[in-house]
Design a binder for this molecule. Structure first.
Ligand code: PHE
Length: 445
């Protein structure tokens, strides 16, 4: 197995973390829950729960040096074989990748149209988006195939030549584009309005749903609960300071979410558009605003959507990698074969997700009142990822020899840091997730 360099790992883990979750989802969820108060809850969720699990996955990976299921077994007290079932989380990543690739396909469409047909009115923009996702099956299939093909092409080349290299190129470019957009939004009068929207707290919209959304967003944005951080950490040399790298990645990820929020809200407020526009926010509201800015607007539109593609591709490759390592180590097959299996699986599931949004197939592809796309989204972020997070924390808190983990920590940080983390992982993390999940299904209010 080839390995990441330290900087390669930080870039790849940050590349995984920074994705559509930061630039597409974070702003619209923040908008829906009223701004500042949600941002505070989100930051707390990142600090106390997200970062704790991030470090947990890093410890398991560093110690196990293998795929998710083998790493769990290796680290458990008396090497209990049942822990191999924790490997289920690699399939969560594949399911997410299925619909993530479809969304990246929509974005590709906006990259292509940013120089030609930006809509000038919200109604027209809404209709264009609606037509794309519900009628244009042919184009969507082409886009999904292009994205899936790129993901497969990159991961086939392996950790060093594929994943590390693409992050080395795309992450700095992404940083540059976002920096440019931030500078531009600083010149707008509405920038200060965006700042006050994001940082002054109105607690009236914070309820159980908002808390769960903040927690779900913290998991999703840090790529937790699908074995990504664990698998990447298994390809990082054993004596790296994983605490420091984890904190760096969480910092980069959080900063980029905040910056994306500031950029997008400045744009929205500049045009007097509403902040609570839901998932269509970047696809409907933004293009209309860009179209009002003439040629400059087209350049900004193109840069913005390309940034989303870059951010998304580096995340997409990290969703398939855990399953590749799992197949390679468990079934002793080549990387090419593993890629074929995982690639075909997510490609086909992606087509199902894509068709389920279309007019022609939505009835056939609706299950339990949700179309396949929404069902995959719901199952992964509201069920499978939280379950994996509970499992990971209970595992480290109760089924692993305490001294072993403590030694790993104290190689790099003072004992007090370990004690705080251990308290969080044993009590706070599992409790917080269970309470929020029960609240979600309505058992506690
Ligand atoms: N963190 C990515 C984002 O914010 C999504 C992701 C989830 C990536 C799970 C890998 C694993 O878009």
């Amino acid at each position: 197995m080839t390995r990441f360099s330290r900087i390669g790992f930080i870039l790849a883990a940050a590349g995984s973390a920074v994705g559509l979750g930061n630039i597409w989802k974070f702003p619209y969820v923040t908008g829906e829950y009223g701004g500042g108060a949600f941002v505070i809850v989100y930051l707390l969720a990142i600090l106390f729960i997200g970062l704790t699990i991030f470090i947990a996955e890093a410890v398991i990976g560093q110690n196990g040096q293998s795929d998710v299921s083998t790493s769990f077994v290796n680290l458990s007290k008396s090497k209990n074989k049942n822990w191999k079932f924790a490997g289920f989380m690699v399939f969560t990543g594949l399911i997410i990748l299925s619909f993530y690739s479809v969304v990246l396909g929509w974005i590709l469409n906006y990259v292509f149209t940013s120089f030609s047909a930006l809509p000038t009115e919200a109604k027209v923009a809404g209709a264009a988006f609606e037509k794309l996702i519900s009628n244009d099956i042919g184009s969507l299939l082409v886009y999904h195939t292009l994205i899936a093909g790129s993901v497969v092409y990159i991961v086939l080349k392996g950790i060093k030549e594929g994943i590390e290299k693409i992050n080395l190129i795309l992450m700095p470019l992404l940083g540059l584009i976002l920096f440019g957009l931030l500078i531009y939004s600083l010149t707008l009068d509405s920038f200060s309005q965006a700042v006050s929207f994001m940082f002054s707290a109105d607690w009236s919209k914070i309820n159980g749903d908002a808390l769960l959304a903040a927690l779900g967003q913290a998991f999703f944005t840090l790529s937790l609960g699908v074995g990504t951080i664990l698998t990447y950490s298994a390809s990082l040399s054993e004596n790296t300071n994983f605490i420091k790298t984890s904190i760096s990645v969480a910092l980069v990820d959080t900063s980029i979410a905040i910056i994306a929020g500031l950029i997008i809200f400045s744009f929205l407020f500049e045009a007097g558009a509403p902040s609570a526009a839901g998932p269509g926010l970047v696809f409907i509201s933004l293009p209309v605003i860009f179209s009002g800015w003439g040629v400059l607007g087209q350049v900004i539109a193109f840069s913005f959507f390309i940034a989303l593609i870059f951010a998304g591709i580096t995340s997409a490759v990290s969703m398939i990698e855990p399953s590749l390592r799992f197949f390679i180590e468990r079934f002793n097959i080549t990387r090419a074969k593993a890629t074929l299996i995982s690639g075909t699986t997510f490609y086909i599931l992606g087509i199902v997700a894509l068709l389920s949004m279309s007019k022609s197939f939505s009835t056939e592809l609706t299950f339990f009142g949700k179309n396949a796309f929404d069902l995959m989204d719901f199952m992964t972020s509201s069920v499978l990822m939280p379950i994996a997070a509970i499992l990971t924390s209970v595992f480290l808190g109760y089924f692993v020899d305490k001294q072993t983990i403590q030694d790993k920590f104290t190689q790099h940080v003072p004992l007090a840091v370990f004690n705080i983390w251990y308290f969080l992982i044993r009590y706070i993390v599992p409790l917080a997730i269970v309470v929020l999940l029960l609240n979600k299904v309505g058992i506690i209010k």
